[in-house]
Write a new protein. Structure first.
Length: 244
């Protein structure tokens, strides 16, 4: 049943995201063609590049907004009656939402990477692209004393896990806000701010960022927080859900 819940969520979500992804890939194709035909300094290219950058940012932000709205609509508002009438536990509903967020974030990261590849492959032939990549990797190694590709992979993974962690944190804030029916939105915003303040205090007191960096545990930390937020959301909705 968990798979069916995810399938429903992903199908509904990708109907909203698909135009954004297609727009990003379309603009990367145009930028690549401009680069291929040496359109340096072209004002149209500059405009498209700016729109491309804005669209890339939107591709990360809009999924978070839509997933948040779907969580609230499906579980905390009138649709909750239908959702909780299914033979599915509260925990399965929440886990399905978090896993769907993970899948969507991974797809978004892949689309962004694909858009970079399209620009690179179209704007230059294979030999030029290979030479450019070798020069970039060599310069990166000299400056940071580290290999470029593993660092890129690490950054992408951290961004994906961080996005899912943020979404699960928003879910928890919405669940806390749901406890205060008369001031639900205000309570949710306050809960989100409060969670971040508490995390910041903990990290500063025990110097957590330095510990994580030295031990290479950013992944574990992000996954652990996601699990904690998900568990707390489940406890609140399982024991205090009130759709009346």
């Amino acid at each position: 049943m968990l798979g069916k819940l995810m399938k429903y969520d992903l199908k509904a979500a990708f109907r909203s995201f698909a135009p954004l992804y297609l727009a990003l890939l379309g603009m990367s194709l145009i930028i690549g063609l401009f680069g291929r035909f040496n359109a340096e300094g072209n004002s149209v290219l500059a405009f498209i590049a700016i729109v491309y950058g804005v669209t890339m940012i939107i591709c990360w932000v809009i999924p978070i907004v839509i997933l948040t709205l779907r969580f609230k609509k499906n579980l905390l508002e009138d649709e909750g009656y239908l959702s909780f009438s299914l033979p599915v536990s509260t925990l399965e509903h929440i886990v399905a939402k978090v896993l769907s967020a993970l899948v969507i974030t991974v797809v978004c990261a892949l689309v962004v990477v694909l858009s970079f590849l399209i620009i690179g492959l179209i704007s230059a032939d294979f030999e030029q692209l290979r030479n450019a990549m070798q020069q970039i990797m060599s310069a990166f190694n000299q400056i940071f004393d580290a290999n470029l590709l593993p660092q890129i992979f690490k950054a992408v993974v951290i961004m994906v896990l961080g996005s899912v962690e943020l979404i699960s944190q928003i879910y928890l804030a919405l669940a806390i806000g749901h406890l205060f029916k008369d001031h639900e939105r205000l309570a949710a915003v306050g809960a989100f701010i409060g969670i971040n303040v508490i995390l910041s205090l903990i990290m500063n007191v025990i110097h957590l960022p330095n510990m994580l960096e030295s031990a290479g545990l950013y992944y574990v930390y992000s996954i652990a927080l996601t699990a904690i937020f998900t568990s707390l959301t489940w406890l609140i909705l399982d024991r205090n859900l009130n759709l009346g």
